[in-house]
Ligand binder design. Structure first.
Ligand code: 5AD
Ligand code: SF4
Length: 501
């Protein structure tokens, strides 16, 4: 069944987060091939218009995709780039908010925290002059921000320089919407919320030739009380395991050495489809059917991390010894208010269980500081948990009020000076742990998948260990894209240095 949700009209949090998972099963299906083929027809039509542009201007029109936010967005940007190339645009990298930057600029936005939104509005404001100078320039905004009706209203009212607005859930219709915009010289705002369907066969221009993102599911059903994602990305929709496997086999044939499986909560992969594998089964299938040397995945919700998954990780050396397991807070009281559905004790049990089966695992996490009602005691419990787990990496965030989420309505917001002070303490603690963990690598030999030249020193190369540690070393260009052994002889807080063995 296909259902359309409009989150402003119904209170999804109340409606959905109290339901059992089984009630949410809806039988996700692929968008019919004919609908995708139609988008290829629109891409073809745009490529003809772009040929006309070429004859007039002596060059193909340029396009710039400006991306904000998470890995899921990075991969969405690769799909936008794939469609743009198919339409004949030449892709450029300019970051300037000027008329000369590109003929078409797309902002692929994020709304997880307020500052990500402010940045985009800043760029749109700065582009007003550019649009006056070059009225033919097309400005498009898509991604998570535009799935909120108040943002679309603001764009309509204040940013008339924006020609096209579309969402995350109808991204595959970008060619159709762009053609409408080009042919009819009008503003197009379309953020259709369609659930229960996934798009296959959209062109992709990958940014990297060694590591690739593979989305395995879209959306989120968890409704953590601070988080906007379930409202803007819609309900969980899994791709079929056969489509995922096919994509990974293609990547393997193209020489990719690492894939990262993406989803807001990969651990609930397959639950929205009849007769589909679960996440552990999917990982096992990928390991059996392909020889990709490195497989990562993110993000895992602790409430759904199964013993079966731990066993699959333990028994498959292709799966990197790394697990991103966001804890958000070390206070069981706050975790309840966050609607995370686990206690701090339960979280520690999971960590211990994973470590007992995979001793060399590197954990990373997300932590929010200043969630409404966070007391000194709650925060101390977060520090205690961080000391106990000793994460290899922690992504720390200051709580940001997100309109439409339950926590934004709560009155006990923490004063910003208190939040800042706590944030600094957490950062200092984690930096110390980072350094101490890195020091244990001194003199050790590690396997590094080489990404390329180091950004800070052109004579050195850089890559990552299985545990995702950055390693810089002296090597030669033939090692790019290879897994090499490096002996560590230099330790810093966020990276290691060494020599090739
Ligand atoms: N404020 C701060 N951080 C947030 N995150 C999600 N929503 C918010 C918010 N409103 C963080 C969580 C999540 C990560 C991707 O972003 O830690 O795991
Ligand atoms: Fe947001 Fe992640 Fe919670 Fe989903 S599981 S609501 S994406 S924090």
């Amino acid at each position: 069944m296909i259902k359309t949700y409009i989150f402003d009209k119904i209170n999804l949090y109340d409606e959905i987060c109290r339901k059992e998972e089984s009630e949410l099963k809806k039988g996700t299906i692929n968008i019919p091939e004919e609908e995708i083929k139609m988008q290829y027809d629109y891409m073809h039509k745009i490529s003809i218009l772009n040929q006309e542009f070429y004859h007039k201007n002596g060059r193909m029109p340029t396009a710039r995709v400006r991306n904000f936010g998470c890995q899921m967005n990075e991969h969405d940007a690769e799909k936008l780039s794939g469609m743009l190339l198919e339409m004949g645009y030449s892709l450029v990298q300019s970051d300037e908010d000027k008329a000369s930057a590109a003929d078409l600029i797309i902002f692929n936005t994020c709304c997880v925290r307020e500052n990500a939104e402010e940045k985009v509005f800043g760029h749109l404001g700065a582009l007003k002059a550019a649009k006056r100078e070059n009225p033919d320039m097309i400005i498009a905004v898509c991604g998570c921000m535009t799935e909120q009706s108040h943002v679309v209203d603001e764009i309509r009212r204040k940013y008339k320089n924006v020609d096209l607005v579309f969402g995350t859930q109808n991204q595959h219709t970008f060619p159709e919407l762009l053609l409408d915009c080009m042919e009819n010289k009008k503003h197009v705002y379309n953020t259709e919320h369609l659930d229960g369907r996934v798009a296959e066969g959209v062109p992709v221009k990958r940014a990297d030739s060694i590591k690739a993102w593979v989305t395995i599911m879209y959306g989120c059903n968890n409704f953590c009380s601070y988080c906007i994602v379930p409202y803007v990305r819609g309900r969980e929709r899994s791709r079929s395991s056969s489509d995922i496997l096919q994509e990974i086999k293609t990547l393997e044939a193209q020489g990719y050495k690492e894939i990262t499986l993406l989803g807001q909560n990969v651990n609930s992969y397959g639950l929205d489809k009849e007769d589909e594998l679960n996440f552990a089964g999917l990982l096992d299938l990928i390991c059996r059917e392909t020889s990709i040397p490195r497989i990562r995945f993110m993000t895992s919700h602790p409430k759904d991390l199964s013993d079966e998954l731990i066993d699959v990780m333990a028994s498959n050396p292709q799966i990197c010894r790394q697990l991103h397991l966001p804890v958000q807070s070390g206070s069981t009281r706050l975790l309840g208010k966050m609607n995370r559905k686990y206690s701090a004790e339960k979280y520690m049990e999971i960590i211990d269980k994973v470590r007992s089966k995979i001793p060399d695992i590197a954990f990373s996490t997300d932590i929010i500081v200043g969630f409404p009602g966070e007391t000194d005691e709650d925060f101390e419990q977060t520090l205690d948990l961080v000391k106990k787990v000793r994460y290899d990496m922690a992504f720390t965030f200051i709580y940001s009020k997100r309109k439409g989420t339950p926590a934004a309505e709560w009155e006990n917001q923490v004063p910003s000076e208190v939040v800042k002070e706590r944030f600094e303490r957490l950062l200092a603690l984690q930096n110390g742990i980072d350094r101490e963990i890195n020091e244990t690598y001194m003199g050790k030999k590690v396997e590094v998948l080489v990404d390329g030249y180091s950004r800070t020193n052109a004579e050195r190369f850089t890559g990552r260990t299985q545990g995702n540690k950055i390693v810089n070393f002296v090597g030669d260009r033939h090692c790019i894209g290879e897994i090499v052994t490096v002996e560590i002889d230099e330790v810093q807080t966020w990276s290691l240095g060494g020599k090739l063995i």
